[in-house]
Structure formats: structure tokens, C-alpha cells
Design a protein around this ligand. Structure first.
Ligand code: SF4
Length: 331
């Protein structure tokens, strides 16, 4: 089966500061992974880890500095570059209230999409198609007709965003923190909706989140990112239940539900250390890692295979299962 998407050594470099004192920030550093149809693949990590920049490159909003993104039907993409992205890849973003203009009726967005892509011959056909896609997300045209964004909850608006994306029958949906601004009480219903879309429509979903609980529930494969690098990648059950990388271990311990007093110190210092960590030589996590060694401070670790899991850490250098220099790809 041909992958729906392959990211190969994807790198994005930004420059910060003035012309005379510019810092070179490698926001995404040689990221490689593969996604198949009917798969939910999660990119997880704290804010500023580079996961959204990866999504923006896949969506064509940012040009990679180097590396390559290979899409399913690559030739078709080259032939029809401009319309290809929006027909094949749709995105759902974090804040549903920003997606819709408060002064415009919500149905207008749905009809506009039908019109732009010439999906129906007349209004009756358009209503039927819109109703069908709204039904896929647990709503109906009747519930949406004539109403403004303020008349819906955040969860309902997010569902309408998803229905709008579905109108085009995309093969890949990119969901960037889609439940982080939605009430906890309806979060799971949206998460379950993604599972249903995967199962019923065989859609690939790239799920981008800082929330390991929903990532665990939803995904097949997961890549844990830190300061532009994939630190650990493999089947979600293995990575989250038996984390090898010190960063994944800390990230997992930072899930706050169990004990609200037990806060991961990194959460407090992220903003102050972000730039410093991006500019760090050696392992980007060395400044916070409880297992840091001398080598970590000046030598970038290779990604190695540990029991089938890709881990970027010097701790595993020289282990029996090590594969030197392997590029991170899902198993
Ligand atoms: Fe920690 Fe070193 Fe591994 Fe980085 S390479 S995660 S600093 S042990």
C-alpha cells in the first residue's frame, strides 16, 4: 500500500533578531515519518516543539528549507498544484470561533465550499450534500440553517468545521489541537468522531496535540517532538506506556490529572528556555534531562532503534539493538 504521506528529512530554518545579530533557529530538524490511509498519526509535544510548523509545511503554507514531502498521487499534485492541496488535504484548527466570522451565518461557509469546488448542480443538491456531511459529525442542516456562530457551542462549531472539511472528501485531515479549546465534557465526542472518520472513510488523520491522553486513545503511531526534533517514535502503546526517551518519560509524568500538586518543572520554564534550547549544541534536551551525560552537551545523538522504537538519545548508544544513523520512520 502506497503511503498517503511521507515526510523525508524535513527541515525548516528561521532567523530571529537583527541583521547584525541573527540567531538561526532550526524549527524543524530532519523530521521523517510515514502515514498510511486509515491511520491516525500523532505529532505530540509541548508548545514550540515544531509540530505546527511540520503541519504548515504539509499544508503548503511554508516551504521546507530542505527535505521533501511526498504525497499520495504525487504526479497529480504536480499537474494541478494550486487546487490539489485543498482537494486532498483539509485542516481543522484549534479555535473554532476564529474559523467563523461572527457576523456571517454558518451555513454560508458550507455553501461557499460547495460552490468553490462545484460539488452540486443546484441548491437542493447542495443542501442534501451539506446535510449528509453534517450528519457524519452528528448534526443536521436543520440545526445549522439560519444561525450565527455565537448560537453554537465551541464543540458544535468544531464539528461544523470538520463537516466543511469533509465536503471535499479529503484523503488526509490535519487536526491541529482540535479539542484544546473545547469543553472537557464534549472533548471525547470529537475525539470519537475522528476515530469514526478513520474507520468509516479510511481517512488519514494527522493529529497534532500536547495532550497525551487523547493521543493515546486516538492514534496508532506517535512521534514525540522536542525543539524541532523527533525524540521518540513508534506505536503509541509502546511509546507512552513504556517510554524510552527521558523527554517522553517527563512528558508522561506531567499529565496533571493524577496529582495536581505534582507539576513538571519544565512547564514553568518553557518560555524562558525555548530560544536557548533551540540554539543548544548537542542534545536539545540536555538542559532539563535528569540523565544528562557529558557527551550530551556537545554531540547530537543519532536516532537509534530500541526494540523497534526510534529513540534519539545517547543513553542507547552501543545497545545491541542499535541501528546507527537510522532516519526516524514508523515501524
Ligand atoms: Fe538526556 Fe543525553 Fe538522552 Fe539527551 S541524549 S535525552 S541529554 S541522556
Amino acid at each position: 500500500m502506497k503511503p498517503i504521506l511521507e515526510a523525508k528529512d524535513l527541515t525548516k530554518v528561521f532567523f530571529r533578531g537583527s541583521l547584525l545579530a541573527r540567531d538561526r533557529i532550526v524549527a524543524v530538524d530532519n523530521v521523517s515519518f510515514t502515514m498510511n490511509r486509515g491511520e491516525i498519526f500523532t505529532l505530540a509535544g509541548e508548545s514550540g516543539c515544531g509540530k505546527t510548523t511540520v503541519a504548515r509545511m504539509i499544508l503548503g503554507f511554508e516551504e521546507p528549507t530542505s527535505g521533501e514531502i511526498v504525497y499520495e498521487n504525487e504526479q497529480e499534485r504536480k499537474d494541478k498544484e494550486k487546487v490539489w492541496f485543498s482537494q486532498r488535504i483539509q485542516a481543522v484548527f484549534q479555535n473554532p470561533f476564529e474559523t467563523f466570522n461572527p457576523l456571517r451565518k454558518v451555513e454560508g461557509y458550507l455553501f461557499e465550499t460547495v460552490r468553490n469546488y462545484q460539488l452540486a448542480q443546484n441548491r437542493a443538491d447542495a443542501v442534501e450534500l451539506i446535510d449528509q456531511k453534517l450528519a457524519a459529525v452528528g448534526l443536521s442542516y436543520q440545526e445549522v440553517e439560519g444561525r450565527y456562530p455565537s448560537e453554537f457551542s465551541g464543540g458544535q462549531l468544531q464539528r461544523i468545521s470538520i463537516a466543511r472539511a469533509l465536503l471535499i472528501d479529503p484523503s488526509l485531515l490535519i487536526a491541529d489541537e482540535p479539542v484544546s479549546m473545547v469543553d472537557a465534557s464534549i472533548r471525547m465526542s470529537i475525539v470519537n468522531l475522528f476515530r469514526r472518520l478513520r474507520d468509516e472513510l479510511n481517512m488519514g488523520i494527522l493529529y497534532i496535540t500536547h495532550d497525551l491522553a487523547t493521543a493515546y486513545y486516538l492514534s496508532g503511531q506517535i512521534a514525540i517532538m522536542f525543539r524541532g526534533n523527533i525524540m521518540e517514535m513508534g506505536p503509541v502503546q509502546e511509546v507512552l506506556m513504556n517510554p524510552r526517551h527521558p523527554y517522553t518519560q517527563l512528558l508522561r509524568e506531567s499529565i496533571p490529572e493524577a496529582d495536581p500538586d505534582r507539576k513538571w518543572q519544565g512547564r514553568i520554564s518553557i518560555a524562558e528556555t525555548e530560544q536557548e534550547e533551540y540554539l543548544r549544541q548537542g542534545c536539545k534536551f540536555a538542559g532539563r534531562c535528569p540523565k544528562v551525560m557529558e557527551i550530551c552537551k556537545n554531540q547530537v545523538p543519532d536516532t537509534v532503534l530500541v526494540d523497534g522504537i526510534h529513540v534519539k538519545c545517547h543513553l542507547y548508544k552501543g545497545t545491541a539493538s542499535e541501528v546507527e544513523g537510522v532516519r526516524a520512520k514508523p515501524v
